[in-house]
Structure formats: structure tokens, C-alpha cells
Write a protein that binds this ligand. Structure first.
Ligand SMILES: O=C(O)c1cccc(C(=O)CC[C@H]2O[C@@H](n3cnc4c(=O)[nH]cnc43)[C@H](O)[C@@H]2O)c1
Length: 230
């Protein structure tokens, strides 16, 4: 593996939403006991609570090698057409709470514009870059770009276009990343978001979802994550 990043000294907490995603990640990282994989539930609140609880439980570890050094939000996601095709992988450059803000007469205002903090958490650039390069080197389609966290999954072309207008270059949409990254930030830990694309962001069409293909891609990407961090 060429694209290694050996800066992480300690355990890796991987947070998924549901068990099927957790099992895919576990298959990918099999044999490496640095990884602790939990299914914290769907949505940003569950992800934040589950991540914070796991970090708190692990934070008391005596040795640095037993403490968490990295948090990864992982799972399936919707891909923005033209940026992330169904079956491909997205590694977040930034993790963005896309609907954290207020509706105003002039349209949506993010918490950044409102002055109440930030809806954007930068992923660890070095590790995200190494992971994306490793996935590409393995011959898998991969994008490195902003991943949106929403509480309401997009279900129309208009809403998808509005998200892309607010966040130029948005690659994927899911429901947990900002929650997990917020919990990581409380302990000054680096965060990543790793997503396998199951559907296109836009008009609701469950028949078009390819969850099985996405879970296979998630397993393979998790294996590459393990190799990058070895
Ligand atoms: O029933 C629907 O139309 C529908 C549309 C989008 C998402 C859902 C979910 O129940 C998502 C739950 C779960 O999967 C992740 N995910 C996957 N694709 C998307 C998406 O396009 N937008 C948001 N989340 C997505 C998400 O992280 C959740 O954990 C149902």
C-alpha cells in the first residue's frame, strides 16, 4: 500500500447508522483490533450521542495506544449526480450540517451566517487524501469533496439543486457525519467521513436504490482504510 498514513497512534472509532453498515465495515477491517465499530442509529443526534458515549467510555484508557485517535463516520449515502455515481465511494473533505440554520425572508441562513458557530467541520485533510488516493489506486471510483449531513433526506430535484447551490461541489448527502464529527471535536480528535453511494440525491425513488452494491463498496473501502492506517 503506497498511500499510508502512520500518524494515527491509537484506536479508531467507526460510527455507522445501522447494523448492516457496521457489519460491512467489520468485514473490511477484520483482523485489526485497533478498530471499534458501532451502529449508533440514524440521524445526527443519534450519531453524536453514540459517538460521545463511546469516546467517553474509551477516554479513560490508561495507555495512549488504547485511547481513540480518530473518528470515522461511515455508511451509505446519496450521491450528487455528476459528482458521485451509485456504487462509488466518497471521502469527505468537509462535513457539513446542510440544514443547520434558519429560514429568512432572503432564504436559508446557515449558523455561520447567523453567528452561532459553524455548520462545517473539516475532515483530517492528510488522512482523507491518503484514503481517497488508496481507494483510487485500488481501481474503485472515488470522489473527495463536501459531504452534507441532513435531518431530512432530500426527495426532490429542487431541494437537491438548493443544496448544491448552498454548497458548491457537494459530493454526497447522508444523515450522521456532522453528529459524529461534532463529538470528535469535543475531544480535539480528527474526523473522517467515508460513504458508499446507494442512490442519487433527488426525487425519491426507492426502487433505484442499490444498497447491496453500496455495502460491498463500503466493505472494500473499509479494508483500504485499514491498509492506509497500518
Ligand atoms: O425513503 C426515502 O425516500 C429515503 C430517501 C433518502 C434516505 C432515506 C433513508 O432512510 C436514509 C437512511 C440512512 O441511509 C443514509 N442515506 C442513504 N442515502 C441517503 C440520501 O440520499 N440522503 C440522506 N441519507 C441517505 C443515511 O445516512 C441514513 O443513515 C430514505
Amino acid at each position: 500500500m503506497q498511500n499510508r498514513d502512520r500518524t494515527i497512534r491509537g484506536r479508531v472509532l467507526v460510527v455507522t447508522a445501522v447494523d448492516a453498515e457496521r457489519e460491512a465495515v467489520l468485514r473490511g477491517v477484520a483482523g485489526d483490533d485497533r478498530f471499534h465499530v458501532i451502529a449508533a442509529g440514524v440521524g445526527p443526534a443519534s450519531a453524536a450521542a453514540g459517538t460521545a458515549f463511546a469516546l467517553a467510555a474509551g477516554g479513560a484508557a490508561a495507555a495512549d495506544a488504547d485511547r481513540y485517535a480518530l473518528v470515522v463516520s461511515a455508511g451509505i449515502a446519496g450521491g450528487f449526480p455528476g459528482r458521485a455515481a451509485v456504487g462509488s465511494i466518497v471521502v469527505a473533505s468537509d462535513i457539513i450540517a446542510a440544514d443547520l440554520g434558519a429560514e429568512t425572508p432572503d432564504g436559508f441562513a446557515s449558523v455561520d451566517e447567523l453567528g452561532f458557530g459553524s455548520a462545517r467541520i473539516a475532515a483530517d485533510a492528510r488522512i482523507a487524501g491518503a484514503l481517497a488516493a488508496g481507494i483510487a489506486a485500488a481501481g474503485l471510483p472515488v470522489s473527495l469533496g463536501p459531504v452534507l449531513t441532513v435531518s431530512t433526506a432530500t426527495g426532490s430535484a429542487h431541494a437537491a439543486a438548493e443544496h448544491e447551490r448552498r454548497v458548491p461541489g457537494a459530493a454526497a448527502e447522508a444523515m450522521e457525519g456532522f453528529g459524529a464529527a461534532t463529538a470528535a471535536r469535543q475531544l480535539d480528535l480528527p474526523a473522517l467521513e467515508l460513504r458508499a453511494i446507494s442512490n442519487a440525491v433527488g426525487p425519491r425513488d426507492r426502487s433505484a436504490w442499490r444498497i447491496g452494491d453500496a455495502l460491498q463498496a463500503l466493505e472494500r473501502a473499509s479494508q483500504i482504510l485499514k491498509e492506509v492506517l497500518e
